[in-house]
Design a protein around this ligand. Structure first.
Ligand code: FES
Length: 237
């Protein structure tokens, strides 16, 4: 433990912010800093977290202008000149302080048909899945998404076009499109080729750069672009 302190600025609402001197500790995370402020300096500060171990995806915030999962981000990696600025995630409405409304993010998963389209019942035998098939490999590539919305906050296309479905929803659509157990291929292709769909993506790649789980939404969206284009010509429209 050290006796140094960190100069922490926390953005609160469109105009407000607070400045705090937070004691520095070894192995301290950004979430530790926010928790210290709430517990020791300002109990009215609102923020969101649950697991603290990179599983639930609820703790994402902007840290020095970059979206990050704060429970797995050490202060030592982001601090600049002894200071750090923490703000709510970009591209989502702020409810209070560091808490954003995730509804638009999850609504887009549904819009993108990023929900399982099953056809079997509990009475059917379990369908075998070939884990080595090319489609299963594609499906597995994005399956560890924890819905943290870091990619959504990083996306300049979402910032410029609020109707764009965004990288997380499109990646989930790609996962399901490649899932042999999903029966929604036509619905998915229609959903992701609409006005807010995959063809809005400019392949800037911020989603892939900042994904804390090292997933690659940009490649998933590229896959959707290929499949929707093939489908367009196959269907003759
Ligand atoms: S608190 Fe669960 S991912 Fe950070």
């Amino acid at each position: 433990m050290t006796t140094q302190s960190i100069k922490v600025t926390i953005k609160r609402g469109p105009d407000g912010q607070g400045a705090f001197d937070v004691p520095a500790h070894d192995n301290q995370t950004v979430l530790d800093v926010v928790s210290w402020v709430q517990q020791n300096a300002d109990p009215t500060l609102s923020y969101r977290f649950a697991c603290r171990v990179g599983m639930c995806g609820s703790c994402a915030m902007m840290v020095n202008g970059v979206p990050r999962w704060t429970c797995r981000t050490h202060i030592s990696k982001v601090i600049k000149d002894g200071a750090v600025t923490i703000a709510p995630l970009r591209n989502l409405p702020v409810i209070k302080d560091l808490v954003v409304d995730m509804d638009p993010f999850f609504d887009k998963w549904v819009e993108a048909e990023g929900v399982h389209h099953g056809s079997l019942t509990r009475h059917d035998p379990i369908a075998p899945v070939d884990e080595t098939s090319a489609t299963r490999v594609e499906a597995n590539a994005g399956i560890e998404c924890i819905n943290c919305s870091v990619c959504y906050a990083a996306c300049d296309t979402v910032a410029g076009n609020p109707d764009y479905l965004g990288p997380a929803a499109l990646q989930r659509a790609w996962t399901l499109l490649n899932d042999a157990k999903d029966e929604g291929r036509g619905a998915i292709l229609d959903a992701v080729s609409g006005s807010g769909g995959c063809h809005n993506c400019h392949s800037i790649g911020s989603c892939t750069t900042y994904c804390p789980n090292d997933l690659d939404p940009m490649s998933a969206i590229a896959g959707l672009k290929r499949e929707t284009t093939k489908s367009f010509f196959r269907r003759g429209r």
